[in-house]
Design a protein around this ligand. Structure first.
Ligand code: BES
Ligand code: MN
Ligand code: ZN
Length: 495
């Protein structure tokens, strides 16, 4: 899909020739005397068009307008989230009519965050999964022209970044959507190797023998019940001097989570193929890095395996020794994410990182707490928390900070090991984070629980590619040169 941004007034939009024309109409739109302006004036005065974000009014063969299919879409105050709702409302129509060439006119000043919202909504609304279909129907939308009234350098730069972001988002979606018999740990390793071909990249894929040598007893315990061999994937992107401390991204790569011996109930168990969404987001970020080549250093770590019940599987009550030396009593084999992540966090120490961020579909409790709107953000460092929060706002890939009081770790006490892998049901997302924090003392650390945000269930079942946008914005904000990426126009402090 080709995306372009250009200067375009409503008069210009009247002349644009494409298969479909969308006009985003904000409150108090500045209108002229052209055919589209007159239509908007009329339709708003009769209330047939509301400027509420996402309200759609279709028009056809309007005199004085070159494109035959026209949609007026309310864009509220024209903010990023309103642009997102507006495009999300109209894209299903664009998709169902198989529009190939689309023009979208924004006759109001757009902010940088709205550019991200726009590009992401267009990509999301036209995405088509193809991997395992015998007669795949690829994306129909081939060309999108975004017309704005303030086409300045900052918007153009943001538009380029947003395009690279959605390329990464789509890599993440694609891998997360693939079923577990296609997206095996081995397949993820091969994908990482392919993605990191190039001058600034390197990739190492470790197997069971190497992982055993490293002493990753906790990770190995999870993989024990599966016939699929585990993989530990180490990706490196070096865009800055070697001396610059890297950002390390750790993605949970459970390619299928049955729960193991603490087996999950059957309904919706298929959705546990998405339990490698954290890993997929790391792959996605590396895809975007390959397109943007920013001056930063990034390490991606993916512990990948299946969580299966088996005669050889780890059992409730088993005690294992993690790479850190801490022993863990595995009271529930379904709390496996933290068991693979803790060894990856210990491994991260060797990079002397500036920050470590783990990304995981870790707890059902986080879905209860925050739903599908914001990912759970936990951090041992206030600056890191603030930067991640702001990156999320800018990319319209939202998160919300959660607490890490030590009192939440009480339930993790064990009589038979240094720590248990589960506490009670109450505050489950937080006690999971407290478990991880024990292994993340050597660096500024943050944890994103994406259990509610990584995929959608029901009729629109599928991966969202989150939080690639957030992570990429954070990584780009760490570029230490004068050409800083665009920042938020309104800053809100949360810490
Ligand atoms: N992958 C799941 C978390 C999950 C569940 C994500 C549902 C999205 C939807 C994770 O491995 C898990 O099973 N967590 C348990 C932890 C519990 C045993 C302490 C959970 O949340 O139930
Ligand atoms: Mn589980
Ligand atoms: Zn899991």
């Amino acid at each position: 899909m080709n995306l372009e941004i250009s200067q375009l007034s409503l008069t210009g939009a009247c002349k644009a020739k494409s298969d479909g024309l969308i006009i985003l109409v904000p409150e108090g739109a500045k209108l002229g005397q052209d055919a589209l302006s007159l239509l908007i004036k009329q339709a708003t005065s009769t209330h047939d068009l509301q400027t509420k974000a996402g309200h759609v009014l279709a028009a056809y063969r309007l005199k004085g307008v070159a494109t035959t299919k026209i949609w007026l879409v309310g864009a509220g105050q024209g903010t990023a989230s309103h642009v997102k709702s507006a495009m999300a409302a109209v894209m299903p129509i664009v998709k169902s009519l198989e529009i190939k060439n689309l023009t979208v006119a924004c006759p109001f000043e757009l902010e940088v965050a709205a550019i991200f919202a726009f590009v992401n909504a267009v990509a999301d609304g036209s995405y088509a999964y193809t991997s395992t279909l015998s007669k795949p129907k690829p994306r129909q939308l081939k060309m999108v022209q975004l017309g704005v009234v303030n086409c300045n350098a900052a918007l153009q730069k943001a538009f380029k970044m947003a395009q690279a972001t959605v390329m990464g988002v789509e890599v993440a979606k694609e891998w997360a959507n693939r079923p577990a018999n296609h997206a095996t740990p081995t397949a993820l390793g091969v994908a990482a190797q392919k993605l990191t071909h190039g001058a600034k990249f390197s990739c190492q894929v470790l197997g069971p023998k190497e992982v055993e040598k490293l002493g990753m007893g906790s990770f190995m315990a999870v993989a024990k019940g599966s016939r699929e061999p585990l993989r530990f994937i180490v990706m490196r992107y070096q865009g800055a001097a070697k001396s610059v401390a890297p950002v390390v991204l750790v993605g949970k790569g459970i390619t299928f989570d049955t729960g193991g011996i603490s087996i999950k109930p059957a309904p919706e168990m298929d959705e546990m193929k998405f339990d490698m969404s954290g890993a997929a987001s790391v792959l996605g970020v590396f895809k975007s890095l390959s397109l943007l080549t920013p001056a930063v250093n990034v390490v991606g770590l993916i512990p990948a395996c299946e969580n299966m019940p088996d005669g050889l599987a780890v059992k409730p009550g088993d005690v294992v020794t993690s790479m850190s030396g801490q022993t863990i009593e595995i009271l529930n084999t379904d709390a496996e994410g933290r068991l693979v992540l803790c060894d990856a966090l210990t491994y991260a120490e060797r990079f002397k990182p500036a920050a470590v961020i783990d990304i995981a579909t870790l707890t059902g409790a986080c879905v209860i707490a925050l739903g599908g709107v914001r990912s759970g953000l936990f951090a041992s460092d206030d600056n890191l928390a603030q930067s991640l929060y702001e990156a999320g706002e800018l990319a319209q890939d939202l998160c919300w900070r959660m607490p890490l009081d030590d009192a939440y770790a009480e339930g993790l006490k064990s009589h038979f090991a240094d720590v248990a892998n589960v506490a009670g049901r109450a505050g489950g997302a937080i006690s999971a984070a407290k478990f991880l924090q024990r292994f993340a003392k050597a660096f500024p650390w943050a944890h994103l629980d994406i259990a509610g945000t990584a995929w959608k269930s029901g009729a629109s079942k599928g991966a969202t590619g989150r939080p690639v946008g957030l992570l990429l914005q954070y990584v780009l904000s760490q570029v230490k040169d004068e050409k800083k990426p665009p920042t938020l126009s309104t800053r809100r402090r949360i810490v």
